[in-house]
Design a protein around this ligand. Structure first.
Ligand code: AMP
Ligand code: MG
Length: 353
């Protein structure tokens, strides 16, 4: 009897988890025309709050779209297009890529050039070696790092944008879209909202946020910028924004500590070690989430001064940079939308400069 009951509980849990995976966990209100959904996709929690008469159907379309992006770009799925491309590195055969891979590859190439290699999707073998995401993270030997660095160079990717063909020429090369895929996915999610006439939405792909329009009460959305040294996820300030994406890269997101040293998940492609610039957090605010995702990673590696120079060349891209010496820098256009609220009292807000 109790065994039967246990089986029933297990079957119930199985369907609950399967339904969460396929449809997300959802809360909706027909009369107010809104839906709140959470799903686990692309290795993270995806939260959506969508307001409008098509809210439920838009949210489901987004979940479906993210699934197809994940099936293309995940390194954790052996059958993904990207895994297949990586497995075939060093082969003479040239591959035709689908639109999603093509779009992300083109953007990645652009941001690698713009950042002079601080952003580099061929960093995959080093990310794997450090194993920050695994149960066995470790500090590799310098000779192992040197060996793997030979595989890292975005310029070596043979990519023909006209023919949409692609090849990784060196055996063992591995592309990792971890610094850009969620941004691409957020843009695709927002495209669905816009096509469906949604005027107000909040979409959060594991911290990669896009807000459509204002909140339903017509005030801007409020997005917290995390205190990079608070273990409990406290904020150092709040951004008030509409129709923008906010993406942060930080050394607190994924890391392990060995002999008192923090080793995080963002690799400097020039050294093969976790990036050691003067930044501990870099937030980009702009219209395109793929740009924000790539630029937050790139600027984090580049450090404060080079990043400020880079942003001067870009139109409509703002940032909040937090340095190791706990100073918070913000680009001029963003200042009036940012409320510095540091409960810890440890950070200094540098309003000018
Ligand atoms: P993000 O959190 O967006 O900054 O992306 C970090 C993830 O991108 C890491 O977990 C790696 O998978 C990958 N990655 C690490 N370093 C780099 C880099 N310098 N350029 C591009 N991708 C990187
Ligand atoms: Mg990124």
């Amino acid at each position: 009897m109790s065994c039967l009951k246990n089986n029933r509980i297990l079957i119930f849990l199985f369907f609950l988890i399967a339904s969460f995976y396929l449809n997300g966990c959802s809360k909706s209100n027909e009369s107010n025309n809104y839906v709140e959904k959470e799903s686990f996709q692309m290795g993270t929690i995806i939260s959506q709050k969508i307001y409008g008469s098509n809210a439920e159907s838009s949210a489901n379309k987004i979940i479906k779209r993210l699934n197809s992006i994940e099936e293309n770009m995940s390194l954790n799925i052996n059958t993904s297009t990207l895994s297949w491309i990586n497995t075939n590195s060093g082969e003479s055969q040239v591959f035709h890529v689908n639109d999603d891979i093509y779009n992300v590859l083109s953007a990645a190439k652009h941001f690698s050039e713009l950042s002079q290699g601080a952003f580099d999707i061929t960093v995959g073998p080093l990310v794997k070696e450090w194993g920050v995401f695994t149960d066995d993270p470790h500090v590799p030997t310098q000779s192992r790092i040197n060996e793997l660095l030979k595989l890292v160079n975005y310029k070596s990717i043979e990519f023909d944008p006209e023919k949409k063909t692609f090849r990784l020429p060196i055996k063992g090369q591995m592309i990792d879209f971890g610094a850009i895929a969620k941004g691409y996915a957020a843009d695709e999610a927002v495209k669905i909202c816009r096509k469906d006439g949604i005027k107000s939405a909040y979409i959060n792909l594991g911290g990669n946020v896009y807000v459509v329009g204002n909140k339903p009460d017509n005030t801007p959305w409020k997005i917290g910028i995390q205190n990079p040294r608070a273990a409990d996820g406290k904020y150092i300030g709040i951004l008030r924004i509409s129709d923008k994406t906010v993406v942060t890269s930080g050394d607190y997101e994924r890391f392990f500590v060995k002999n008192g040293v923090r080793y995080h998940h963002i690799i400097d492609p020039r050294t093969g070690w976790p990036s050691n610039s003067d930044l501990i957090s870099s937030t980009i605010v702009t219209d395109s989430s793929i740009s924000a995702d790539a630029l937050s990673t790139a600027t984090f590696v580049m450090g404060l001064n080079k990043s400020k120079e880079l942003l001067k060349k870009l139109h409509g891209v703002d940032a909040i940079f937090i340095t190791k010496d706990k100073k918070v820098y913000i680009t001029e256009n963003l200042r009036r939308y940012f409320d510095f609220q540091d409960e810890s009292g440890e950070f200094t807000y540098v309003e000018k400069g």
